[in-house]
Design a protein around this ligand. Structure first.
Ligand SMILES: [Zn+2]
Length: 678
């Protein structure tokens, strides 16, 4: 799904990857992936992955294909087995079916039932479409915005809950920008030929969606252009992705009345009544300028434009459970044009993803029972402790930080908590009604359940046991406000973590991932939060300056990397992730060296322990991408593309250069230009 509805809190979560994307289990260390024709000191990524890249073209239903996707695909097959079994059990009417199995089975079976979905046509959405059509004034518009938000449709702005940046024990309301159909603000304003083409294609897509509602082509064209103009006006007052990485730029706490005054043409009292929020005292308004900028639009834009805008966003958001033609049209733009995927994913893959999205912890419980053993948890925990110890040692040894700030950094490090595998307390879905044969209704109710679950948190104590990713997810994250690192069961498998493999490759792979998440607590964003997760400056100004001069080095390094289509990586947008990659690999290295101290192991498969460590890192990133996806990633994503995640890091590390006997002047040796923060 490409309609980004990024809540403020998840915008702050620093994850390892962009998105969730043969049953063959790939080993943690893969000799057959290596391309020996490449000199590792010229291009380590091509050396570690070259043969893999040649042998693993992107499948037609994907826009990128790498080690993450291989594992995600394998997880998907396991989830499919669980769901097909649950669907059969749920249909059996047996008395003893547990509630979770009943729900995931019915949900999946309904999603897979394309025939019923097509037969129902637009009927399941008709009440919503009628309400939009009947809007007569801004009060109606405000009420409809509330209804659409409840069912997960992104229009006008976003409202949710989140921890107060300056008081992580308090959950408050969060109002944020939103309502765009293109991935990001700058998509509306860049003037290179590809950007112009993208806007043209987007408007054509909107017109086709409107046309499918029976509107004549010429009228549909005109309406699409008006929607585009409205979204462009919203984009104009939005913050861009790079700015939004700065917590201070998205923190403006105010009284409810003050917030409402920013956009007083909107009927906030009706809106809040309909979303059923608990009493709101103060709230965080991520971008007051956005709401101020939206106000004149409510006055000047005809209601008809809002009606068409609401309708199209509703159709886009629900396309998967609408008749095939809507679904295909949505894919044609968001899948094919924007990401370069050639064909829509098989229905079962999408229904697995939808069940994971809507009932993730009910499905995750079954997944964990099937795949995740106590041994995996224990070995991961041991590695986490070793890498935390390495970070402590690294902090002590730093030459650029004063003792006072070091002390504070150590306090923060020791306060970090770990969550491994799956939640201790599973989510209770009993309030969510799932009806077999009602795919759209299930999706709408699940979105409402989720929206309500978030809104309900306002004014309540923070739930520190909650997870932001489901157990099968092949990803990991650091949460600056919780000050915790989280590793779902889905990533604790080969090639990231391989029980059969030696420590060297495991440290280079999952060890570096652990180090990556840990370092996020100390990147340009994470360092602004204290041990308790509150936004508070605990740095002396001299130390902050020293930090910034070091991160400037990374900004320059990664900004120099090209992406096809004549664009560069954005060194500022990717700074947090690059800091985490560079720090994370170094911490994993330190932990491995401590493990190996005094031991000289004979080479294995022709590689020393040191070389195997770096190959472990290189090979988790083997990945083919379409040019479209690389462009999208470079322009919207805080993560560098795979090749640079590998080469950008090793070229800064003398330890790598020593392991592969690289010489000064070779591309993987930055020498005096090497960057190092942690
Ligand atoms: Zn990250």
């Amino acid at each position: 799904m490409l309609l980004f509805r990024v809540a403020l809190t998840s915008a702050l979560l620093s994850s390892l990857l962009f998105s969730q994307n043969d049953l063959k289990v790939t080993p943690g260390f893969d000799l057959s992936a290596i391309d020996r024709a490449v000199n590792p000191c010229d291009n380590f990524y091509r050396y570690a992955c070259g043969t893999w890249l040649k042998n693993n073209p992107i499948p037609a239903d994907q826009s990128s294909w790498g080690r993450f996707s291989e594992l995600a695909e394998r997880n998907r097959v396991i989830l499919r087995q669980i769901l097909e079994q649950a669907a059969t059990i749920a249909a059996s009417g047996a008395a003893k079916v547990d509630a979770d199995t009943q729900k995931i089975g019915d949900y999946y079976a309904s999603c897979m039932d394309r025939k019923t979905i097509d037969a129902k046509g637009l009927t399941p959405l008709q009440p919503e479409l009628d309400r939009i059509k009947a809007m007569k004034n801004t009060v109606d518009l405000s009420e409809e915005a509330a209804r659409l938000h409840r069912i997960g449709v992104d229009v006008l702005f976003n409202f949710s809950s989140g921890q107060d940046f300056k008081d992580s024990n308090a959950v408050i309301g969060q109002a944020d920008q939103g309502g765009l159909g293109l991935p990001e603000k700058d998509y509306y304003f860049r003037d290179d030929p590809k950007a112009v083409e993208t806007r043209k294609e987007y408007v054509a897509h909107l017109a086709r969606m409107i046309g499918m509602m029976g509107v004549p082509a010429a009228t549909a064209q005109k309406q699409a252009a008006e929607i585009m103009a409205l979204e462009t006006a919203l984009a104009k007052v939005s913050l861009d992705v790079t700015t939004r990485r700065d917590p201070m730029a998205v923190y403006h706490k105010m009284k409810l009345s003050e917030f409402e005054g920013l956009e007083d043409s909107f009927s906030w009292s009706r809106y809040f009544a309909l979303i059923q929020t608990p009493p709101i005292g103060n709230l965080n308004v991520a971008s007051p300028a956005f709401f101020k900028g939206e106000e004149p639009l409510l006055k000047t834009q005809p209601l008809a434009v809002f009606k068409n805008y609401f309708t199209v966003h509703l159709l886009q958001s629900m396309a998967m459970n609408l008749p095939t033609k809507f679904d295909a049209e949505n894919f044609a733009f968001y899948g094919k044009f924007l990401t370069g995927a050639q064909e829509q994913k098989a229905r079962w893959k999408r229904c697995v993803a939808a069940t994971d999205g809507d009932l993730g912890e009910a499905l995750g419980k079954a997944y964990v029972q099937k795949t995740f053993g106590a041994e995996g948890k224990q070995r991961t925990l041991d590695m986490v402790h070793n890498i935390e110890a390495a970070m402590g040692q690294d902090l002590q040894q730093l030459t650029w930080m004063t003792p006072a700030t070091k002390q504070k950094a150590l306090e923060k490090l020791h306060a970090i908590t770990n969550k491994i595998g799956y939640p201790d307390k599973w989510r209770d879905y009993s309030a969510l009604k799932i009806v077999r044969g009602d795919a759209m209704g299930n999706s709408l109710r699940a979105n409402e359940f989720e929206f309500h679950r978030e809104i309900e948190k306002i004014g309540k104590p923070v739930d520190r046991l909650e997870w932001q990713m489901t157990p099968p997810t092949v990803n990991a994250y650091y949460d600056p406000q919780m000050n915790n690192i989280n590793f779902p069961a889905g990533i604790l498998q080969p090639p990231f973590f391989d029980k059969q493999s030696d420590d060297a490759t495991n440290y280079g792979a999952i060890g570096a991932v652990i180090g990556h998440e840990l370092t996020h607590g100390f990147d340009d964003e994470g360092r602004q939060f204290n041990p308790k997760g509150n936004l508070e400056d605990w740095w002396t100004s001299a130390d902050a300056k020293a930090f910034e001069s070091r991160t400037d080095c990374l900004v320059k390094e990664y900004s120099s990397f090209d992406v096809p289509g004549g664009i560069h990586m954005n060194g500022k947008l990717t700074l947090g992730e690059n800091t985490a990659d560079n720090g994370g690999l170094r911490l994993a290295w330190m932990a491995l060296m401590k493990d190996l101290a005094g031991k000289t192991l004979p080479p294995k498969d022709g590689y020393t322990e040191q070389q195997r460590f770096f190959l472990g890192w290189g090979q988790i990133w083997c990945e083919n991408d379409t040019p479209e996806v690389q462009r999208l990633q470079a322009q919207t994503n805080p993560h560098a593309i795979a090749e640079y995640r590998v080469n950008g890091v090793v070229s800064n590390l003398p330890e790598f250069q020593q392991a592969f006997s690289c010489k000064a002047g070779q591309p993987m040796v930055r020498g005096a230009n090497s960057c190092r923060v942690w």
